[in-house]
Structures are given as structure tokens and as C-alpha cells.
Write a protein that binds this ligand. Structure first.
Ligand code: CAA
Length: 294
């Protein structure tokens, strides 16, 4: 099956990154948001990202214009009816996702592949809401999408092998390095990353070392580009908590459960970079370690 037209659900951080790389790879891309304002904000953000690349001399102005010409926003799910693949990147709420899949099931042709960028829900739980479970896969991208090379391509026990291969080849055509994953909550990366980030918070609670030193230890000791607290703030503490909850419910293992400190921070609106406060305070020119009274 040849993919020509791509639909993206959601134009937030992940959705806009996915829409950007699809349009850059030459696909006609239509991205759906709930309001015109969110569409404009998301697509405007892509324009800014590409503009920066032009300024740095990393992208030709004509390529930026051609990419922007392949991108279109809509608020109407029915506008995605011609798409060959639809990639969902909305909030981690199964009911909301499945409501969209049910609508699209009625709108799209029988060949359209449905793909979810979920980080912790299972693909089977979405496939079950559609009349095309064999055409449902996971395509899990990493933040920032234009930079991170990995895509986890997820097959359920019902995915048609040809559909899986098409999705895998499509991910490679975006300039990414796909890996094959089973439909376990958290796939490969979050299965290992989430307990690591939760353990860092538990180490902090236990007074093993300071935020700065734990981050420094993991950066300089293992070569990670960001320490666990910088990374947690980058991912979003509310997102980390939500992913952890879903994985805890799946496996009933304590290592996925949010430590009390994470819960308290979320209650107080410390969501990490996006809210200006997390393990670091982002209000100044440089991030400053937060005093969490530990
Ligand atoms: N969008 C597009 N490009 C971006 C970007 C963004 N949001 N942020 C940085 N970049 C680009 C920069 O423009 C720069 O490009 P050039 O080299 O072409 O100039 C390049 O990335 C490097 O950026 P910086 O020099 O500003 O900063 P850096 O070297 O510290 O890299 C980073 C930034 C790529 C984010 C790096 O710190 C990193 O890899 N961090 C770890 C990120 C990570 O682990 N992501 C996965 C999170 S988990 C997840 O996403 C899955 C989940 O389900 C929770």
C-alpha cells in the first residue's frame, strides 16, 4: 500500500512535530485540532521552527515553503477521509481517543491505517473500538519529534503483517529509525524509562543526593543528554504521573507508581518546563534548582 496523504490528530507538542516531519518528508498532511485557534497556533509553531532552520542555513527557504504548502489544518474529522494513514497524538484519554476512532471508522475508506502515538495505553484497547482492528498499529515518536531518531512501531495480536510493514516503512520514510515492539503498556522505552524517572524521585525523597547531583551523576556517569529531573521536567510531571498510573494499572508493580513527592508537586501546579516550575524553576534566564524542602 502506498501512503500519500497523512492525517494527524492533535497539533500540540507531539502532533505538531509529527505533522512537521510528515510534510517535510513530502506527504500531504492534514492536522486536526478542536479549534481554529489551536490549528493556527500549532501550524504557526511549525512555521517558526522551520524559519529558525532557514536562519541557521540548515534548510532552504524553498523547502520551508514547500513543506508549509503541504500542511493544512482543520477542525472537522470528516476532512481526514482521504488519508491513507491517520496518526493520533491527543491527550492520554482512552475514551476521547476511541470516540475519534469510531467517528473516523465511519468516515475513512476501509484501507486507511489507524496509528496511535500513545506512550502507555495499549493499541489493542483502541483497535477494539474500531471495525478495523487488523489495520491499527502504534507509531510512538519521541520529544522533540524533529530531533529524536526513534519510532516504536507497535503491533497488536490482531495487526495484519502487511499493515505493520507499511507502517514500519512509513516511519523509515520520515527519516526515523523504527523498532518493532509488542503491544505492552510502555512498549520498550517507557517500560525502562518510567521506573528510572520514578526511582530518581524516590532517591531524592530518601535524601540520597540533591536534584543537581543526581542529574549530574546520570549525565556525566552514563552520557545521558539530560539527567532524570531535567528530563522529567521536559516530558512534563503531569504526563509522567499519567503514564506511570496507566502502567501501574497494567502491571500492578510499584516501580511504575508515582512517588508522593511527584503527586504533591502536581497538586501545586508544578508540571515542569511547561508551567515554569518543576524540579527546576524556569522563570530566569537559566533553570534554577527548586527548593522542595528536602
Ligand atoms: N524542536 C526542534 N528542534 C529542536 C528542539 C525542538 N523542540 N529542541 C532542540 N532542537 C534542535 C536544535 O535546534 C538543535 O539543532 P541544530 O543542531 O541543528 O542546531 C539540536 O536540536 C540540539 O539542540 P540544543 O543545542 O539547543 O540543545 P541540546 O544539544 O541540549 O539538545 C535535546 C536538546 C535534543 C532535547 C537533548 O537535550 C536531548 O536529546 N534530550 C533528551 C530528550 C529525550 O530523552 N526525549 C525523549 C523523552 S521521552 C518521550 O518523548 C516519550 C514519552 O512517551 C514520554
Amino acid at each position: 500500500m502506498k501512503i500519500k496523504r497523512v492525517g494527524v490528530l492533535g497539533c500540540g507538542l507531539m502532533g505538531s512535530g509529527i505533522a512537521q516531519i510528515c510534510a517535510q518528508a513530502g506527504y500531504d498532511t492534514i492536522v486536526r485540532e478542536v479549534s481554529n485557534e489551536l490549528c493556527e497556533r500549532g501550524i504557526g509553531g511549525i512555521g517558526k521552527q522551520l524559519g529558525k532552520a532557514v536562519e541557521k542555513g540548515k534548510l532552504a527557504a524553498e523547502d520551508r515553503d514547500a513543506t508549509m504548502g503541504r500542511l493544512r489544518g482543520t477542525t472537522d474529522l470528516a476532512d481526514l477521509k482521504e488519508c491513507d494513514i491517520i496518526i493520533e497524538a491527543v491527550v492520554e484519554n482512552l475514551d476521547l481517543k476511541n470516540e475519534m476512532w469510531r467517528t473516523l471508522d465511519g468516515v475513512c475508506g476501509p484501507e486507511t491505517i489507524f496509528a496511535s502515538n500513545t506512550s502507555s495505553l495499549t493499541i489493542a484497547d483502541m483497535a477494539a473500538a474500531t471495525k478495523r482492528p487488523e489495520r491499527m498499529v502504534g507509531l510512538h515518536f519521541f520529544n522533540p519529534v524533529p530531533v529524536m531518531k526513534l519510532v516504536e512501531v507497535v503491533k497488536t495480536i490482531a495487526t495484519d503483517p502487511q499493515v505493520f510493514q507499511t507502517a514500519f516503512d512509513f516511519a523509515a520514510s520520515l527519516g526515523k529509525e523504527p523498532i518493532v515492539c509488542k503491544d505492552n503498556s510502555g512498549f520498550v522505552v517507557n517500560l525502562l524509562l518510567v521506573p528510572y524517572m520514578m526511582d530518581a524521585i524516590r532517591a531524592l525523597e530518601q535524601g540520597v543526593a540533591t536534584i543537581e547531583d543526581i542529574d549530574k551523576g546520570m549525565r556525566l556517569g552514563t552520557g545521558y543528554p539530560m539527567g532524570p529531573f531535567t528530563l522529567s521536567d521536559f516530558v512534563g510531571l503531569d504526563t509522567l504521573d499519567k503514564i506511570g498510573d496507566i502502567m501501574y494499572n497494567e502491571y500492578k508493580e510499584k516501580r511504575y507508581a508515582s512517588p508522593p513527592l511527584l503527586r504533591r508537586m502536581i497538586s501545586l501546579g508544578y508540571f515542569g518546563r511547561k508551567s515554569g516550575k518543576g524540579f527546576y524553576d524556569y522563570s530566569g534566564p537559566e533553570p534554577k534548582v527548586m527548593d522542595l524542602g528536602i
